[in-house]
Write a protein that binds this ligand. Structure first.
Ligand SMILES: Cc1cc2nc3c(=O)[nH]c(=O)nc-3n(C[C@H](O)[C@H](O)[C@H](O)COP(=O)(O)OP(=O)(O)OC[C@H]3O[C@@H](n4cnc5c(N)ncnc54)[C@H](O)[C@@H]3O)c2cc1C
Length: 686
């Protein structure tokens, strides 16, 4: 583990590959992530890493998520019952489809907004596992937007206070949160998205507190739950050009405030105009010289706090995705049972049945991963890897289920006002919020391989780095840099390539790697005859229902084999792996599919026969997906794909792509460049 201020292996590799900008950005984000690791002080290495590199987790650990799901089942009933009562009375949504005040008041009386806040501060003191049960049930019953609101409130909202707030802050704000005062987290800006450390909003320190500036491109954008009179944790620099980023609890005024009307500050809260989370508050926030009391500064780095809270946010997103998919499955199967298609009811035909199975399987996958992650977190296991694939797999399954539901429900899946139609944008959005899926999958690969890279591959990267040093000690120009040593580089830069190989051979770490290869190859060789024995011969798989054993075994075997795949791509791409995103993303998908298979099998072990049928089909579908991905065995076609991708990217950058050159682009919402902002400001007054 790297200490504070120390750059991560990835950042060092990026710098060595000559990508200084990425090295800086990734290094800054990694430092925030490392601070979270230190705070969580996990007692065990992450599950995904152990599944690949060993030692294998015990069966009880794999089944712990299912046990948790059963233990919390039913705890959600009180809140869900009052919310559904509201829905049945037609009071849950306003005429324009927003969550109603009546619904909010009803669930607030049940302490839904303070569900995981301790009783000391007026909350229910429930666990995140119990919250997941609420989230899933609300989304399954047509109240997905309420689930979104409560999740935001309690993960990135109150979660920041619970984990990082001081005594005074907790005593002041948590009772308000528990009463139902909306609480949001504001990091994203008009000009800054995934590159969180680049936020431009800032505070100035004054004798009586801080003044917050978030103007123009630094407006906080798409802030869920941000509404007049609500609370927001605002991420802002401490000083305009300071590298230090803080977090400030801001009590939003009840209306917009213009400077010069008896006020020396400005504040505006306007709808962000996003066409997702339509029933929720989602705002763009503007602050100029806005006063924030000194006591409202949370004593931590704002990006670190977000990363900390996102781990629970991702679990709740998975629980919601499970609920949404159960709703899709219910409505699609209801339709398929009644509707006459060609040659009888739709349900009788194989393809609609496959679609229904897919949706049910997606729901089970999201649920299994959500609870497994939550139990792992509760048990002090490092969630690195699992939290990311939980989110990515659940969001991905949600979108696939949406498509499957459309194919069963036909035109009615687009009926305005139907809950299936309403779910579409939210399910799509799940792939982008709380970390965009591909980006977090690539981050996951880094996390689960970090220890292996540090221990065994660091020397290789260091050697390549050393042959890219110019005689004056600086870096060689980009065209002369060697990113990987192979036959091609041997031909082009023979002297430097031979020097690199010679240096490598004298590195102790190179021989450590050779030892690892021999040890692991021997272990796999010794294990290979066992492949012939049926799964029932192993106590490990006998705990599972018969139809699921082969999938759990397959997933575990393939996960172990992935350590060779990672070594393979590392040796092939070497330093170039810092920019070879396609193999990393594919590797991440393999991990995602296999861990999902395993989680589903173990989750369903304690379930009824119908759940086990769903688990078996989903495991089979995931196996098919896994088998379709080729990494090491398809390196030459992968490289071809990468070259094609590179040339398309270059042609777009050069404005030479004829398919689009005669099409005018449409202006996008919330422009951030100075020129486009002036016209946008005229339109939106922000
Ligand atoms: C409805 C909604 C609600 C939201 N709620 C909140 C909230 O409550 N609080 C909050 O702070 N934020 C919120 N967000 C922001 C959200 O969580 C994302 O962080 C944000 O949308 C990402 O920024 P962007 O869309 O501007 O993407 P950009 O930063 O512009 O990125 C565009 C795309 O490029 C990809 N990309 C960028 N860099 C790389 C790279 N190096 N390699 C590969 N791909 C890359 C990204 O993955 C992304 O897909 C919300 C967003 C929406 C739409």
């Amino acid at each position: 583990m790297n200490g504070a201020g120390e750059s991560s292996t990835t950042a060092r590799a990026l710098a060595a590959a000559g990508d200084a900008e990425s090295a800086r950005d990734v290094g800054a984000l990694d430092r925030a992530a490392q601070a979270v690791e230190r705070k969580l002080a996990a007692r065990r290495v992450g599950l995904v890493e152990r599944l690949i590199y060993g030692p294998p987790p015990a069966v009880a650990e794999l089944q712990s998520g299912g046990v948790m799901a059963q233990a919390v089942s039913g705890s959600e009933e009180a809140i869900v019952a009052v919310a559904l009562g509201c829905l049945a009375r037609g009071e849950a949504f306003t005429a324009n489809g927003r969550l109603s005040t009546a619904l909010r008041k009803t669930v607030a009386a049940e302490k839904a907004y303070g569900y995981t806040v301790t009783a000391e501060f007026g909350g229910r003191g429930a666990s995140y596992g119990q919250l997941a049960a609420v989230e899933e049930a609300l989304a399954a019953n047509g109240l997905g937007p309420l689930a979104v609101e409560i999740s935001g409130q309690l993960t990135i909202g109150a979660g920041s206070l619970l984990a990082y707030g001081d005594d005074h802050q907790q005593r002041t704000f948590l009772p308000l949160v528990a009463e139902g005062r909306p609480m949001a987290f504001g990091l994203t800006e008009v000009g800054v998205g995934v590159n969180a450390k680049k936020v431009q909003a800032y505070v100035e320190e004054h004798a009586d507190g801080y003044r917050l500036f978030a103007e123009g491109a630094a407006n906080k954008l798409w802030i869920t739950n941000a509404v007049y009179g609500g609370l927001v944790g605002i991420v802002a620099r401490i000083g305009k050009d300071s590298p230090n980023i803080g977090l400030f609890i801001v009590d939003l005024p009840a209306q917009n405030v213009e400077q010069g009307m008896g006020h020396d500050y400005e504040f505006r809260c306007e709808p962000s105009g996003v066409a997702a989370f339509l029933a929720n508050f989602n705002s763009r926030l503007h602050f100029r010289n806005f006063p924030v009391p000194k006591a409202n500064r949370i004593p931590a780095d704002g990006v670190e706090v977000l990363f900390y809270c996102l781990r629970m946010g991702r679990c709740m997103l998975a629980a919601m995705a499970a609920g949404y998919q159960r709703m899709l499955a219910r409505d699609a199967s209801h339709y398929a049972l009644q509707r006459l298609g060609v040659g009888g009811p739709v349900i009788r035909h194989e393809v609609p049945r496959l679609n229904l199975g897919r949706i049910l399987g997606g729901a089970l996958q999201a649920r299994a991963l959500a609870y497994l992650s939550l139990q792992q977190d509760a048990d002090g296991v490092d969630l690195a890897g699992l939290r990311d694939l939980t989110k990515s797999a659940s969001a991905g399954a949600g979108v696939e289920s949406m498509l499957a539901a459309e194919h069963v429900l036909g035109g009615r899946s687009f009926h305005g006002g139907s809950r299936v139609n309403d779910a579409r944008v939210n399910l799509h959005l799940f792939g982008v919020v709380e970390g965009e899926d591909d980006l977090i999958l690539m981050g996951m690969v880094r996390d689960i391989t970090q220890r292996f890279v540090d221990r065994y591959l660091g020397a290789l990267l260091g050697v390549i780095q050393s042959v890219n040093v110019a005689p004056d000690g600086g870096k060689l120009p980009e065209g002369e840099r060697i990113l990987r040593i192979g036959l091609a580089t041997l031909g082009r830069h023979p002297a430097r390539s031979v020097a690199a190989v010679a240096r490598l051979l004298v590195q102790p770490k190179f021989w450590l790697l050779a030892g690892w290869v021999v040890r692991n190859a021997a272990a796999d060789l010794l294990r290979s005859p066992l492949c012939l024995a049926p799964a029932a011969c192993f106590a490990r798989y006998r705990t599972l229902p018969k139809p699921l054993r082969r999938y759990a075994r397959y997933a575990e075997r393939k996960l172990r084999m992935l350590r060779w795949s990672y070594l393979g791509i590392s040796l092939f791409f070497q330093l170039e792996l810092t920019r070879a995103q396609i193999p990393l993303q594919r590797f991440g998908k393999c991990v995602e599919h296999l861990v999902s298979m395993l989680a589903i099998c173990h989750h369903a072990a304690a379930g009824d026969a119908s759940l086990q049928q769903v688990a078996a089909l989903q495991a089979q579908l995931l196996r098919d997906k896994y088998r379709a991905i080729r990494i090491v065995s398809g390196l030459s076609s992968l490289q071809r794909t990468r070259r094609m991708v590179a040339s398309i990217g270059a042609s777009i950058e050069a404005g030479e792509c004829s398919l689009i050159e005669d099409v005018d682009p449409q202006d996008f919402g919330h422009p951030w460049s100075a020129a486009s902002q002036t016209s946008a400001q005229r339109r939106t007054k922000l």
